[in-house]
Design a protein. Structure first.
Length: 148
């Protein structure tokens, strides 16, 4: 799996993003995702608000937005999966880590795994879907020792 991680903020996040990329590579191996690609893009609150407004018609800052390309049949290739993009808001991740009393690494990992699960077709629009998706998130984070 080819995973690209981009930092579109002015913050130096090299260490954190290298660790995040390694985590995501491991999760993809666990999920038997052998070939394909997706991106993780770290952005500021202005950019995530703009994306949220443009694509979801919600004019506010959010923590993570996923654009799953497999939701569109145009991007389905037989042997190669183009999953899409995960946008994570740096300011929201930092604030939520503080609000929840855990590390930035835990929050960043949580948001990235949440986004990846969306790219893989998980959702939380119903109570049952939410149970399944949130259980999977916690299992993945726990498996890799990323606890609250």
């Amino acid at each position: 799996m080819n995973i690209e991680v981009f930092n579109e903020t002015s913050s130096n996040l090299d260490k954190e993003l290298n660790e995040l990329k390694a985590l995501l590579q491991n999760v993809c191996q666990d999920e038997k995702l052998d070939s394909g690609e997706f991106n993780v893009i770290i952005v500021d609150s202005n950019k995530i608000r703009e994306l949220n407004k443009e694509y979801r018609n919600i004019d506010r800052v959010t923590d993570v937005i996923s654009f799953a390309l497999e939701d569109d049949d145009t991007f389905n290739l037989e042997d190669y999966r183009v999953l899409g993009d995960i946008y994570i808001c740096l300011e929201q991740a930092l604030k939520q880590a503080e609000d929840y009393g855990h590390s930035f690494k835990r929050e960043l990992s949580f948001l990235a795994i949440h986004g990846l699960l969306h790219l893989l077709g998980y959702d939380h629009m119903s109570e049952e879907e939410e149970k399944i998706m949130f259980k999977k998130q916690e299992e993945v984070l726990s498996h890799y020792g990323i606890e609250r």
